[in-house]
Every structure is written in structure tokens, then in C-alpha cells.
Design a protein around this ligand. Structure first.
Ligand code: G4P
Length: 537
């Protein structure tokens, strides 16, 4: 018998992430959703803090941006009976592992597209992660207040580049980049928005007309009206029909138009999105599907943020709750180590403030103090519920560098920093067994990760490092007998290392060298992801 309170709470949760290319307007839209959700009363504060952060350089002054990057990681508010959890994602092009991981905690995604630029590089990559996870993607075409591409053009591009058809829920009213409102295809009404010229600090006023109201024609002009009728007809005739199943399977994207800056289209988007977006559902743990309504608690760590408060050197692990009810002070088992942990000071993030949470439900994100044993992807669950969430992706690094402490007296801080930052996922680390070398090999996807590593080791762990890049570009996890693996230990074009879990790994200079090794070692498996890992390209 499902617990009725749990059922009601799960049903009203909407946990989603906004995915976009930098500058498409994610910060602005997030802030406007908070404005409409009543979590803030005047837009401009989040944005202002972001601007201040930019002034101090994006990633290098990391401790300075902690405030915003943490509080904006998870934002919660209530709207129309729903409990909304927005997972904001760092938008930097070169450092997107964090973003990918955040998507694992989301039940749906909002793909934000700049109307003038269309589908951009970063959006494509993030979209593929959503597709792989089969989560529904909703599209918001932004910046309609200025000249952009034709909506039909954008629909075509989405299909061509992302392989997904779109279903416009609403349609912009106006012509050639001069838009005044949106037409809702379901209610057959047009909503015209007032432009206040204050960059949308306050909610936009609007007036609603039915499509056949002569006042509408008078308001927007005959040409614009005719154009709208023509577009609607074309959509109805040639477009896809609304199909909730295809949306849920990530095969059709509901599409909205608006301007996060002037607030036009924001409220209609929010309302429709909350009505259509899925509540938390089943999650795969090994072979088993975990029902969110199951009485036992389970959650996984999708993000770890260390040293949020430099005075306390604390580490916060962000958990996505997957099943059961969470209560403050409850004891859970950390499945990787088998240790029982009491979650005594869980925190939640309400707009820009942190609050202690008394209870939370599937779909919610809570931050808990990490006693130093949590890793990304780890499962925490009730003692009588031994599950392990397994579909956590592994990102094969493409850049490698040898890292060692500048001052060998600081070795202790260095090791602690490397281990902790690797747990957080700043870089991946590897060690060279049997060589006794006082160094690690760090692996990254983008160069910026190395810069972040260096900076954080210096400022948070007081350990300066020497870093030399290594000429390897590919990584393979090895499975084979000891004597077969031993042959791979001292090669010229490859480096034999162990990953953090002591699994043997080979770093290889190039494809050619790799193929050569694969051919000559038929008894060894060369895996692109660690055994049990899901690879993300
Ligand atoms: P991001 O988080 O996706 O990187 O984007 P962000 O919201 O910071 O927006 C990037 C730029 O796009 C900002 O301009 C922002 O004002 C602008 N923008 C966002 N939404 C809209 C929109 O609907 N219409 C128009 N015309 N512009 C929009 P900026 O010049 O970088 O900053 P600011 O001086 O405006 O603060």
C-alpha cells in the first residue's frame, strides 16, 4: 500500500535542469522563473551577482563565486501546487562534466535556444546526454524581443541537428523579429505582453484575446493577423500532433517562444511546462527499477562541493532523493564503504538562502555534510534497502598531466587535496603502481580543469604543484590475467597506471598505437569505460 503523503509529494515534484550554450539566457530565465514563482520579488539580484563574478574572472577566483554557484545549483519554489526544483548548471564551455552529472539528477530538461543563433555546440552535447537518459526535453526559444530566425527555421534546425521533432505549444505573434505575444494552440487564445522597458524586473502585464476577437486584429494589424492564421494552419496541417508518450520518451519536444529579458512568454511557459513535465519516476539500480513511492529511502550523490566555507573546510555532498521520505537525523548506509551515517544537518536551497531541511521527498535535492568518504555517484540508502544506482556515466579523459608537489615538505596537503578534488570530480586521478613515484597523473576533458586543480590546490590546500602535460590522448581500462597485463607495463607509447579504485588502466598516445596494442594482446580486454561504467562521449 503506497503511503498517501509520499505519493502526493512525489506527484507534485518537478525537478529539471536548464541546458543551453553560454549566453543563451539561462541565468536570466532562471531568475525570471524565480520571479514568477514568488521566490524573489525583483529580478536583477542573481544576475548582478553573476556580473560581479565575471568581473573577478570566471573560474580562477573560485572561492569568490562559491556563493552563487552553490546557491544557484539548486533552487526550489512552489508554483501552481507544484514543488519546483531547478538544477542550474555551470555553462562554461570547457568545464561541463559538472553539467552532465547534474543532468543525472533531473527528471526533465529545458533546452534554451537563442532565437538568433539556433542550436549551438554546447546545447548539442547536453541534448545528447538527455537523449541517452531518455528524459523529456522542453524547448524555450529565447530573445524573441529582438530580431531572430524564423520559428519554422528553428524547428527545422532542431530536427536536422538533434534528430527530434518539435511541437510548438505556443507560437509567436508578430513578424520579422517584432513580436508582441504568443498564441496558445490549445486554448486558441493570444496573449499580448506589455513591455515595461525595465528589463523585466517585475512580472509583465498582459491581455488575452480569443483568436476570432476583432479587437485582436485591430491591435496587431491585418498583416500580422493574417500571418498568424497562415502559420497556425501550416502547423496544424504539416506539423506533428501532440503526443504525450513521444514527449515522455524524449522523441518530441514541446516548444515555447518568449523573452526571458522582457518576461514575455515566461509565465505561459512555466505553467504549461509544469503541467506536462514528469514527476520523479522509477530509477535503475543494477537490474532493479526503484519505485519513488517505495517506503525505503534511497539517494545518490551527484555533486560534491568542498570548502564552501573556507573557515570550516566543510564539504557538502548534494543528494538527489530517489525513493522514500527523508527525515532530518535519519541514518543511512553509504553503499560504497558500507558505513552507516547519520544525516544530521541536511540543507536545502531556497532561492538564495540555505535552510535546514526537516523532511524531503523523491525529486528533492539536499546538501549534507560529507564526512570525507563520499564520491560522485555513490548511493545512500536505508539500512534495510541495499541498492546501488548504477547508470552513472564515466567521462573518459582526453588530456593528461603529471602532477607533483613543488615542495616535498607539503606532500601531505598535496595528497589530501588531490584525493579530495578527485572525489569531487575536478579531475580524474591515476597513480603509477610499483614505481614509488611521488606524483599523480591527472586526467581531464578540458584544459580548464587543470587550471582549476592548480588554483584550488594552492588556495584551499596550500599546496603548490608542478604540472607537465603528457602525450597521451586515449584511455582504456584493462581486464586480463596478471601475466598478460604485466606485458603492458613498460611500453614506449603508453603508460600503465591505476585509477582511484585500483583498476589497471592504459593511457595511450594515439589510435594507431592503441590498435597495435589491441592486436598484439588478444587475451586482454581494452575497455573504453571502467567495468560497470556508462560512457559518455
Ligand atoms: P547565460 O546564463 O546563458 O550565459 O546567459 P545570461 O542570462 O547571462 O544572458 C546572456 C546575455 O543575454 C545577457 O546580456 C542577457 O541580458 C541577454 N539576454 C538574456 N535573455 C534575453 C532576452 O530574452 N532578450 C535579449 N535581448 N537579451 C537577453 P549581457 O549583455 O551579457 O548582459 P546584461 O548587460 O544584459 O546584463
Amino acid at each position: 500500500m503506497p503511503n498517501p503523503q509520499l505519493e502526493a509529494e512525489v506527484k507534485r515534484r518537478r525537478t529539471f535542469a536548464i541546458i543551453s550554450h553560454p549566453d543563451a539566457g539561462k541565468t536570466t530565465l532562471t531568475e525570471k522563473l524565480l520571479l514568477y514563482g514568488g521566490a524573489i520579488h525583483l529580478a536583477g539580484t542573481v544576475k548582478a551577482r553573476k556580473a560581479a563574478r565575471h568581473a573577478t574572472s570566471d573560474w580562477m577566483e573560485i572561492e569568490k563565486q562559491r556563493g552563487i554557484s552553490v546557491t544557484s545549483s539548486v533552487l526550489q519554489f512552489d508554483y501552481a501546487g507544484c514543488r519546483v526544483n531547478i538544477l542550474d548548471t555551470p555553462g562554461h564551455q570547457d568545464f561541463s562534466e559538472d553539467t552532465y552529472r547534474t543532468l543525472l539528477a533531473a527528471d526533465s530538461a529545458v533546452m534554451l535556444i537563442d532565437a538568433a543563433k539556433g542550436v549551438e555546440e554546447q546545447t548539442k552535447k547536453l541534448f545528447w546526454v538527455c537523449r541517452q537518459r531518455r528524459i523529456p526535453v522542453f524547448t524555450f526559444v529565447n530573445k524573441l524581443d529582438r530580431h531572430g530566425r524564423s520559428p519554422f527555421d528553428l524547428m527545422d534546425e532542431i530536427e536536422k541537428l538533434l534528430g527530434i521533432r518539435s511541437y510548438p505549444i505556443n507560437w509567436p505573434v508578430g513578424m520579422d523579429g517584432d513580436y508582441y505575444g504568443v498564441y496558445n494552440r490549445e486554448s486558441e487564445q493570444v496573449e499580448l505582453f506589455d513591455t515595461l522597458g525595465d528589463h523585466g524586473q517585475k512580472k509583465a502585464g498582459s491581455r488575452i484575446f480569443s483568436l476570432d476577437d476583432p479587437a485582436l486584429k485591430a491591435e496587431i494589424g491585418v498583416a500580422c493577423y493574417e500571418n498568424l492564421l497562415h502559420d497556425i494552419e501550416l502547423l496544424d496541417l504539416a506539423g506533428d500532433s501532440f503526443d504525450m508518450q513521444r514527449i515522455a520518451a524524449g522523441e518530441l519536444t514541446p516548444m515555447y517562444f518568449g523573452s526571458a529579458m522582457t518576461n514575455f512568454g515566461v509565465r505561459p511557459f512555466l505553467e504549461s511546462f509544469l503541467a506536462l513535465a514528469p514527476a520523479p519516476s522509477y530509477r535503475l539500480a543494477g537490474e532493479e527499477l526503484i519505485d519513488p513511492l517505495c517506503d525505503s529511502f534511497s539517494a545518490f550523490v551527484f555533486k560534491i562541493q568542498a570548502n564552501m566555507n573556507p573557515a570550516h573546510r566543510d564539504r557538502i555532498a548534494f543528494l538527489r532523493i530517489c525513493s522514500g521520505m527523508f527525515e532530518k537525523g535519519m541514518s543511512v548506509v553509504h553503499r560504497t564503504s558500507g558505513k552507516t551515517i547519520r544525516l544530521s544537518q541536511p540543507q536545502q536551497f531556497l532561492a538564495q538562502d540555505r535552510v535546514i531541511v526537516e523532511e524531503a521527498y523523491p525529486g528533492d535535492i539536499i546538501g549534507v555534510f560529507d564526512p570525507g568518504i563520499f564520491g560522485i555517484g555513490d548511493t545512500l540508502s536505508s539500512p534495510d534497502f541495499p541498492v546501488t544506482f548504477s547508470d552513472f556515466p564515466v567521462f573518459p579523459p582526453e588530456l593528461f598531466a603529471r602532477v607533483q608537489p613543488k615542495d616535498s615538505m607539503k606532500r601531505k596537503q598535496f595528497v589530501k587535496g588531490m584525493e579530495q578534488l578527485a572525489q569531487e570530480g575536478t579531475v580524474q586521478i591515476f597513480s603509477q603502481p610499483d614505481t614509488g613515484m611521488e606524483s599523480y597523473v591527472a586526467g581531464a576533458i578540458g584544459q580548464l580543469q587543470f587550471e582549476v586543480l592548480e588554483h584550488r590546490l594552492r588556495f584551499e590546500y596550500n599546496a603548490e604543484i608542478l604540472m607537465h602535460s603528457l602525450p597521451y590522448t586515449a584511455i582504456r581500462w584493462l581486464v586480463g590475467k596478471k601475466e598478460d597485463l604485466a606485458r603492458l607495463k613498460h611500453l614506449e607509447n603508453a603508460l600503465y597506471v591505476h585509477d582511484r579504485y585500483d583498476r589497471p588502466v592504459l593511457l595511450v598516445a594515439n589510435e594507431w598505437a592503441l590498435n597495435w596494442l589491441v592486436d598484439r594482446n588478444p587475451d586482454v580486454q581494452f575497455l573504453t569505460a571502467p567495468p560497470n561504467g556508462t560512457i559518455v562521449k
